[in-house]
Design a protein. Structure first.
Length: 757
């Protein structure tokens, strides 16, 4: 095809056209495929064959001669889905089709913008910035505008800008009230500068791809008319996950009476935090009066008992169009509901059940543990490792691989082993302490010259004038802190040590101050780490445990239990699914309730529905009577979702007293949260202990490394120092020199930084 606007008439279908590709469809699927003209909404419940309906419908339009392949716009949410659609349609047609409009929103918008870039102020060869480029550009603009990035983080500003773009808002469309609320108006100002800078760079970010397309179609009636004429049929997958900008774009292309078919499930709309608007699918019939609605309710995945439990649960939502999943065949096992004493017992229970299933020849690949929050994975990971059961964390990192956990453990490694250079280098400026590249270079130069660790080099440098006063004081305070923390190693409460380190280092405050969307989750993970450490009687055993956990990753088999969040499980299915942590505050998550109110609760219920419908034959829900949260034991209340599961589909399997309990551990085991705890030490306490131990002398010189070595320089010798210039040596103590410099007076330096003249 040479011209996308070549609108040659499609082929006329043969009156006797055969349709063997329709034979395997049930009556509702076939109705969704054959109802071609006009607006259509296909409400496709979990496991009802929506992908087959979409691909067969696209092929049917082509086979019936209703349109040529370039006259169909088919929108998916992932490249994988687009690729699968092309392959399946090609298999039905018996030939591979090229140059058609099947792809993600972003891919299709790029295709349009390359042709019409000049209309939005770009050249056709514009570049698309990745996430790192975007953050770097925002940082530059913050600096130019004199905005402190510590108070106004670049990534948080970018997140606000992307939310505006997801809603189709250019800077001039952001309301005055909303603009002034975001970082006191700074975000809107940066948004304006950011868009101008992108235009000057002939660049766009991913949000722009849709936003520019939307602007183009809204402002150029001729272009809009041309694309409306070209795209005779529009197909949209996962319509419940569209954001406002995507919705507006589709509405413009379809008009009010276009041939648009949207496939989705209002009961599986779980991505509001990414901008998805469940209202888009709920108001479809209002947007397209007279729309034909088909409900796909026959499920080909799960047993009747699982579907009955899931349908009974989701029926409690008001914001839904309504459908009830059903299936033929035997009822299967009821959904198991199991109450346990605490999180550790929950992990043991799930691990034991997995071993039983595996002994019955169930593949581990067909088993999944679906958690609400990322920090929950830790106990299950450790239990599976103890049992020797291979596992994978899908869509995320293992607990001990996460950035915040690695940072925290790096602090512990330096406390335990001061010569751990890799750990020291990781955290010396995390959180930011103003330690620049020049300072770190000086530390490295000395460490290499003296063949000592970075920590030892810092200890020597802070007793000299080699570093600038600010850097010297900062590093001196950090080394004092490490010595103070080492003084806590004699205690048996490792979690308290970790809490002290996170608090006093400023690391936990760094994440509390962050406005990044993932910051709350990182804080939860750190709190889980604090709780986990109290299970170990020494820091040494904990660090050894972490090393063994990390080493366990590369199991020889690909047959592994799947461990992931509920959000990450959408679109997947497994033979057996475990759903732990169904407790108020955890699931439904308190943050969702606080921020979203009734809407937030309904989305949490949809998430529970998604979790249950991932299971083909077995679903197990568990909750604990007690949870150790933020380092404290707390009595847990069963999730309201448990009571919403219809009793006829559920088999309760719990220890006596766990249902309707109101007690807990009370005071036992509780202690201060991260911001509390830890002994109080004076700033100079660490140095006093060093002197008593003989590590430094009364003048503050470090005696552990280099003090006993004989310097190659002599008293009175004239020398040169790169920073201080020329001078004469007045005191020699090991490798430490005191030099009277000609222009800067007396300074203490290390002989590695001095040259003979």
């Amino acid at each position: 095809m040479s011209d996308p606007f070549d609108l040659a008439e499609p082929n006329t279908p043969s009156p006797a056209a055969e349709t063997p590709y329709l034979d395997g469809l049930n009556e509702w699927q076939r109705e969704a495929v054959e109802a071609i003209d006009g607006p259509h909404l296909v409400l496709a419940g979990a496991g009802t064959g929506k992908t087959r309906v979409l691909t067969t419908r696209l092929a049917h339009i082509l086979i019936q001669g209703k349109a040529r392949h370039w006259q169909i716009l088919a929108v998916t949410f992932t490249n994988k889905a687009a690729r699968e659609m092309r392959e399946r349609v090609g298999a039905i047609l018996g030939t591979e089709v090229e140059n058609w409009w099947v792809g993600t929103f972003h891919a299709l918008c790029v295709k349009i913008l390359r042709k019409h870039a000049s209309a939005v102020g770009l050249a056709s060869n514009f570049t698309i910035l990745d996430d790192d480029d975007q953050v770097r550009l925002i940082k530059q603009l913050l600096e130019v505008n004199g905005i402190d990035e510590k108070k106004t983080p670049a990534r948080a500003v970018l997140s606000v800008i992307q939310r505006w773009k997801d809603r189709g808002l250019t800077p001039d469309k952001v309301s005055a009230g909303e603009g002034s609320d975001a970082f006191d108006g700074q975000a809107l100002s940066i948004y304006e500068d950011y868009q101008a800078r992108l235009q000057s760079l002939n660049a766009a970010d991913f949000g722009d791809l849709l936003l520019h397309c939307l602007t183009l179609l809204q402002k150029d009636a001729q272009v809009l008319a041309a694309y409306r004429e070209q795209f005779r049929y529009i197909l949209v997958d996962e319509y419940q996950d569209t954001n406002v900008a995507q919705y507006l774009w589709l509405r413009l292309l379809a008009g009010t009476d276009g041939n648009i078919c949207c496939v989705g499930d209002d009961d599986q709309s779980i991505y509001s935090w990414r901008g998805a608007e469940v209202g888009n699918i709920l108001r479809f019939e209002k947007d397209f009066p007279g729309a034909h609605v088909v409900r796909l309710e026959r499920n080909y995945r799960s047993t009747p008992n699982i579907l009955g439990a899931a349908s009974g649960l989701i029926a409690n939502n008001d914001g839904r169009l309504g459908k009830t999943l059903w299936t033929e065949g035997e009822a299967g096992d009821k959904v198991v509901l199991n109450g346990v004493w605490d999180g550790a017992e929950e992990a043991r229970y799930v691990g034991s059940e997995i071993e039983v299933l595996h002994s019955k020849k169930h593949r581990l690949n067909e088993i999944a543990i679906l958690v609400r929050a990322g920090f929950q994975t830790r106990e299950f990971e450790e239990r599976l490792i103890t049992l020797g059961v291979p596992y994978r964390v899908v869509g995320g990192q293992r607990f001990y691989e996460r950035q915040e956990i690695r940072d925290a453990i790096a602090y512990l490694r330096v406390i335990w082993q001061p010569n751990d250079d890799l750990a020291f280098e990781r955290i010396v400026n995390v959180p930011k302490r103003g330690i620049g590249k020049a300072t770190l270079q000086t530390v490295h130069i000395l460490a290499r010259a003296e063949r000592i660790s970075l920590s030892a080099a810092v200890t020597q440098l802070v007793a000299t004038d080699e570093l600038k006063a600010k850097a010297r004081n900062t590093l001196s305070n950090l080394m004092d802190e490490f010595e103070r923390w080492r003084g806590l190693l004699t205690g048996d409460n490792q979690g308290e040590l970790m809490a002290e380190v996170l608090d006093q280092s400023g690391y936990i405050d760094m994440w509390r101050a962050s406005r990044a969307p993932d910051a709350p989750g990182r804080i939860d993970n750190l709190k889980e780490l604090v709780a986990a450490m109290d299970q170990f009687d020494s820091l040494e055993t904990f660090l050894e445990h972490v090393s063994l956990v990390m080493e366990n990753d590369e199991a020889v088999t690909d047959d592994k239990v799947n461990l992931m969040t509920l959000h990450g499980a959408k679109g997947l299915e497994f033979e057996a699914v475990f759903l732990p942590g169904w407790e108020e505050g955890l699931f439904p998550h308190q943050r969702a309730l606080d921020e979203g109110g009734t809407g937030g609760l309904e989305e949490e219920r949809r998430l529970a529905y998604v979790g249950l419908t991932r299971a083909r034959k077995r679903a197990t829900v568990s909750f604990a009577a007690n949870r150790r949260i933020y380092g404290q034991w707390q009595s847990a209340i069963p999730s309201r979702f448990i009571d919403e599961l219809p009793g006829e589909y559920v088999r309760r399997s719990a220890a006596p007293g766990l249902y309707g309990y109101g007690g807990g551990l009370g005071e036992g085991g509780s202690r201060g949260a991260l911001s509390d705890g830890g002994a109080s030490f004076g700033q100079n306490g660490a140095r006093r202990r060093q002197r008593r131990a003989g590590l430094i002398d009364d003048a503050g010189w470090h005696t552990e490394s280099g003090a006993d070595a004989k310097s190659k320089f002599n008293l009175g010798q004239r020398v040169f120092h790169q920073k201080f210039g020329y001078g004469r040596i007045v005191t020699i103590q090991g490798n430490k020199l005191e030099i009277d410099f000609e222009h800067t007076g007396k300074k203490k330096v290390i002989d590695s930084f001095v040259e003979e003249v």
